[in-house]
Design a protein around this ligand. Sequence first.
Ligand code: URA
Length: 244
Amino acid sequence: MAADSAIKRFLAEEIEVFGGPIYHPGTDDLPKTNEGHSVKHVVRTENEQPGRFASDLTQFNQEISGCQNCALGASRTKFVFGVGDPNADLMLIGEAPGRDEDLRGEPFVGRAGQLLDKILAAIDLNRDEVFIANVLKCRPPNNRDPLPAEVEQCEPYLWHQIELIKPKLIVALGRIAAMTLLKVEDTLKNMRLQEYTYQGVDLRVTYHPAALLRNSNFKRPAWEDFQKIRDLYLAKRKGAGIGV
Ligand code: URA
């Protein structure tokens, strides 16, 4: 049975590579997700202990960069805290550092990261104006998906980053990051069309830049997503009286 569900999951994930579902999970196979255009809210279940972490982002980085709460602490080269404006209105979140990020200690610096920089430039942003982070701060061996126990250890760091940065909009990059944050199992195709909040902040889901490198058919829908993301970001800033 375990092998059966692993095969189904693999085939469902191939949408990111082949541009269409080879297998679409039936409603009995996977947990139900929100349908239509309702907003799904995801908040942590337990309260973060007040004062547990530093109230300054640089200090917080120093505080957790030696983390050994899971086995990835022993295998990483560098801890990848995140990069960008500590007061960014837009936060982009991937799943976990890859090889290049592990070596450099900075998220999205490999080929996928270079494409992300180009996408940001196309919507008149650069990585100094946003904040880029991952769900996991350390590289999983061979870039495998994050394990639930790793997410459980690492996600409170992300919550605290969000609390300090106070972004107005979060973008989850790719299916794995989105499913991990939103605690749903769904196709990227569905999640792109939904509106979510995460820790009280509006969240949208789009393609992982690595998926765009693998399949150029995703570039057009990704561009449509980023145009919507830009419009929402600008509307939120305007609403807050920023840049007007
Ligand atoms: N993929 C991710 O999800 N994050 C990175 O930092 C790099 C690649």
